[in-house]
Write a protein that binds this ligand. Structure first.
Ligand SMILES: CC(C)(COP(=O)(O)OP(=O)(O)OC[C@H]1O[C@@H](n2cnc3c(N)ncnc32)[C@H](O)[C@@H]1OP(=O)(O)O)[C@@H](O)C(=O)NCCC(=O)NCCS
Length: 172
């Protein structure tokens, strides 16, 4: 069996095991992203989604500055022992339809590999759902791969519609 298959099996067994062992869940503090978090686990957590920890500090600082000025974009982090181990973001969209209602768009839910399957992802998404409810959103939506449908269904999401994308940087 290849290393990849072994890792996948171990991760599936761990997730199944954790499901029946509430003690496998860990306590984390969920709060808004701060600048000091960038190189204290935040970018490293995003690596489980797509490599981000190689971002140069200057650029990371500029991105943080721009996002923190935007009241319609919020990032939450999960903190364990003074270190960020996961994060998730939400964008609040103001509409003309639905009588000017607002919609939450969840993006970039990521938990550091060695902390996955311990309830951190669910805590982050629940916190964002509370946030979007407080901001008056009538719904919160997100895109995910098929394997994550059960994860989001457990949190109360329902399958709805299709996801489409247009790649501006593709050569064709
Ligand atoms: C998806 C992710 C955020 C979940 O976070 P987590 O902390 O591992 O999840 P939790 O421990 O809160 O929840 C675990 C549940 O999700 C399920 N789950 C998590 N990742 C899964 C996956 N890739 N495939 C299938 N199920 C998965 C587990 O089986 C478990 O179910 P249970 O509660 O019924 O036992 C995390 O695995 C991750 O960072 N993955 C890589 C990045 C990614 O794909 N992000 C999602 C973008 S939409």
């Amino acid at each position: 069996m290849t290393r990849y298959h072994t890792d996948v099996h171990i991760s599936i067994i761990w997730r199944d095991w954790a499901r029946f062992r509430p003690e496998a869940m860990i306590d984390v503090q969920i709060r808004k992203l701060q600048k000091k978090d960038l190189y204290n686990g935040f970018l490293a957590s995003l690596d489980s989604l797509r490599k981000a920890s190689n971002l140069k500090p200057k650029k990371a600082g500029v991105i943080f500055g721009s996002i923190s000025k935007n009241p319609y974009q919020i990032t939450y982090v999960a903190v364990k022992d003074c270190e960020v181990i996961g994060s998730a973001s939400i964008l609040i969209e103001q509409k003309f339809i639905h009588d000017g209602g607002t919609v939450g768009h969840i993006e970039d839910v990521a938990v550091r590999k060695d902390f996955q399957g311990k309830g951190v992802g669910k805590k982050l998404v629940k916190a964002l759902l509370e946030y979007s409810k407080k901001r008056g959103c009538y719904k919160t939506i997100l895109d995910c791969t098929d394997d994550l449908i059960p994860f989001y269904e457990d949190l109360g999401f329902k399958r709805y519609s299709n996801s489409m994308r247009f790649d501006h940087l593709s050569k064709k």
